[in-house]
Design a protein around this ligand. Structure first.
Ligand code: NAD
Length: 454
């Protein structure tokens, strides 16, 4: 099928009105849930094939996440699709004031390879719930997961309304020439700009879920042993290939020494003496990223880890101490298992360091000093903040997840995902009778000062 045929089929499917029907949407969402539940093992297998992802990480971070998300969506569908009745002023006391969540039309969802099931499928489910026709483009880099999606979506969902397109740069470039009613993109800022530019040609609105360097501030008021475990977990799950992984640490030299000491103990406890042999540590997705990351290992002083194996695309969990802002590792988002520590003396220096750089996707603060915490939160801008933990704010589905400035635009999760794929259509319903017409009279000519009432 050519892209022209695909777009025309998608447009016809939307015009048929099929996806607007709430029961149809519910059936499709239930089918998606069935797809997840019947293929848990297969999903774990394809994730392992692409990233050597341990089963437990796959379950927590993708499979259970997808299942919980779709269950919430199904259970909330009636409430979310109902027109909202906002407050109204005295002028509209006799009227109905309604906001309809209208489907947008034909939407495109483009996912990234690092969470290759969850990242494309969560927004895809939301697009269905909101009544759209959806085209899904999984990342070609995580080929096993892309194939799983391409094989299973047509088996479970309506073939006219929901489509999967596979391919890389060439296919994406072609696809983006077409007019969509919404584009939801997850990936790098570099490609985000290409997507945004292509969308602008058709005045298509977008959500861009991008990345960046997410800082992690640690002070001496927290239990360093507990803080270390939480930071290392957030950094080393998926071998650091997480958009909201703590990218670097900001702390004093004293905290740095304690952190490194604790980290050695924790990493040994989690992965044993030879981390390469541990079944619980992922691999880098491809050689391009492996080569990019190994170059970063020449920055600063390696205090923990540093071993690599190109054949396996293995990079040991690595901590770099005394990193300088001019080091290569501090120039770009790391997106791998390398954790530099930059020394600062206090919360104010941390704020200065953070605000001198691009607004990050996540900001982590480990501190029990509530004044310092508040000062950092109020004087920095980031997609989200998590205090005394890492990653877990993403799992609170009553909060929007997304970036700001270079880390992205728009947010999703829970109801925010549904809203992303809906147009809020305002509708005023007035009475047309003698009394309401009398009230309307004041706005009609002939005008007079009496009518203005000054
Ligand atoms: P990417 O932007 O390099 O690639 C994404 C997709 O874009 C690819 O699958 C490819 O098909 C397409 N693409 C690549 N080059 C293209 C081109 N020239 N023209 C048209 N399409 C093109 O991103 P990635 O490497 O998959 O992801 C890494 C980045 O994504 C990191 O910065 C990370 O932080 C970010 N990310 C963000 C989130 C989030 O939720 N905010 C989640 C995961 C990843």
């Amino acid at each position: 099928m050519t892209y022209e045929d695909l777009m025309s089929r998608a447009a016809t499917a939307f015009q048929s009105g099929k996806t607007k029907d709430i029961d149809f949407r519910r059936k499709q969402l239930n089918a998606l849930l069935r797809m997840y539940e019947e293929n848990k093992d297969e999903m774990a297998r394809v994730l392992a094939a692409d990233l050597r992802r341990p089963k437990q990480e796959s379950y927590i971070l993708e499979i259970e996440f997808l299942i919980n998300d779709i269950i919430t969506t199904i259970n909330s569908l009636d409430e979310w699709t109902k027109p909202m009745k906002p407050e109204k002023g005295i002028v509209n006391m006799m009227d109905d004031v309604l906001i309809y969540p209208d489907p947008l039309g034909v939407v495109l969802v483009m996912g990234a390879w690092n969470y290759p099931l969850q990242l494309p499928l969560v927004p895809f489910g939301a697009a269905i719930a909101a009544g759209n026709v959806a085209i899904l483009k999984p990342s070609e880099i995580s080929v096993n997961c892309a194939n799983f999606i391409a094989e299973n979506i047509p088996k479970y969902l309506d073939n006219e309304c929901y489509h999967v397109v596979c391919g890389g740069v060439q296919e994406t470039t072609e696809l983006l020439k077409h007019k969509f009613d919404y584009i939801f993109y997850t990936g790098s800022g570099r490609v985000g700009k290409i997507v945004y530019e292509a969308a602008a040609k058709h005045l298509t609105p977008v959500t861009l879920e991008l990345g960046g360097k997410s800082p992690c501030y640690i002070d001496n008021t927290v239990d360093i042993s507990k803080a270390t475990r939480r930071v290392l977990w957030g950094k080393f799950i998926n071998a650091g290939q997480t958009c909201i992984a703590p990218d670097y640490i900001l702390c004093t030299k004293e905290i740095q020494d304690k952190f490194v000491k604790e980290a050695k103990v924790v990493l040994k406890e989690w992965y044993g003496d030879d981390i390469k042999k541990s079944p619980d540590f992922c691999r880098i997705v491809n050689q391009v990223n492996f080569q990019r990351l190994t170059k970063l290992l020449s920055s600063g002083t390696i205090a923990v880890g540093g071993k690599t194996d190109a054949d396996e695309r293995f990079i040991e969990p690595t901590i770099i101490v005394d990193a300088k802002s001019t080091d290569a590792v501090m120039q770009e988002e790391i997106f791998g298992p390398i954790l530099p520590i930059v020394n600062i003396n206090n919360a104010f220096e941390a704020i200065k360091f953070i605000t001198a750089r691009d607004k990050p996707l996540a900001l982590y603060i480990f501190s029990n000093n509530t004044n310092d915490r508040q000062t950092i939160i109020e004087n920095t801008s980031s997609g989200g903040v998590c205090v005394n933990d890492t990653i877990m704010h993403l799992a609170v589905d009553t909060m929007p997840f997304g970036g700001v400035g270079p880390s992205g635009m728009g947010g999703y999760h829970g109801k925010y995902s549904f809203d992303t794929f809906s147009h809020k259509k305002s509708c005023l319903v007035k009475k047309i009778d003698t009394i309401s017409e009398k009230l309307s009279n004041a706005r009609y000519p002939p005008y007079s000062d009496k009518k203005i009432n000054y």
